[in-house]
Design a protein around this ligand. Sequence first.
Ligand code: ATP
Ligand code: MG
Length: 342
Amino acid sequence: MGVIFLIRFENVTKIYKGENEVVALKNIDLTINDGEIFGIIGLSGAGKSTLVRCINLLETPDEGRVLVDGVDMMNLTRRELRQHRKSIGMIFQHFNLLSSRTVAENVAFPLELSGVPKRQRIKKVRDLLELVGLSDKARAYPSQLSGGQKQRVGIARALANDQKILLCDEATSALDPQTTMSILELLKKINRERGITVVIITHEMHVIKEICDRVAVIEDGRIIETGIVEDVLLNPTTETARTFLKTVIKSEVPPEVAARLKESNGGELLQVTFLGGSTGEPIINEVVKNFDVVVNILYGNIDQIHDITFGMLVLKLTGPQRKQAKAFLEEKGLKVKVIDDV
Ligand SMILES: Nc1ncnc2c1ncn2[C@@H]1O[C@H](COP(=O)(O)OP(=O)(O)OP(=O)(O)O)[C@@H](O)[C@H]1O
Ligand SMILES: [Mg+2]
């Protein structure tokens, strides 16, 4: 049995016609698997929103096919499409809540539209508000909520009809970092507990790094890179991916640290980058034990994606066996760069 895909783009092209024709998507081939959290990252205007809007046919491709759950979306009648769209929820950067309705009434809205009887609606809304941690806000109005709470309402509403897919278009872009993390945690919980496939659009690499299983990098309407997150993050093959990468993996020495390093006398400064496998610490222990050197850690940055550790250390080596120590680090698979001989 092959991989079970839930969403598939086959050679999709989307052109916005008008005075200035814009080719927003160019020959997109993309497969999103059932149950995964898939990220799409790109700069402003790259075509991210157009891409997700093609999943539920809010935008119609000019060429190619979009398959959702085995169904060719463009072959559906209007009525079938409306039905099919119900299995796809969507949340937005600016929440798009109805301001004259309470939290509970906002969540109930799609249930009303699909004709769910009142008693069932009430129960469903209660369940959903509990899922997103807003049971105590049922009677509040959107204007009385924080951004994070509003997005929780958005999520509850997007899942009201037991959607199998949740599309998130910059859903955390209007939120502060801490609130962003709590929303990402909620999305992860929904994915893991309910098996909902989550598609996340973002221009922020840390969002991808935090919760996505796989990622596609989009530029000028084309997918330029795709793969599991740790592969794309740690071995980017395009300049754009590398640029995004720099925002999460700090492999440069900050200028104020560099200035401080210049002042440190004696020894040799090494920038050691490690990726996967070993973390820096135990290896440095070994260096100190095995060689006649003194190691000072002047700067460090260690992070993790899924179960892969990566990072960078700036070390000052003094003592007679510096050369051997350096060779040993390289033997262990670390990338070693001499910053400066002071
Ligand atoms: N309705 C439209 N009519 C004409 N051009 C459009 C329309 N929507 C988007 N575009 C153009 O298509 C291209 C892709 O836009 P899209 O909104 O998909 O980008 P995006 O990656 O979502 O950008 P952002 O990060 O700013 O939201 C852009 O050049 C944009 O100007
Ligand atoms: Mg957009």
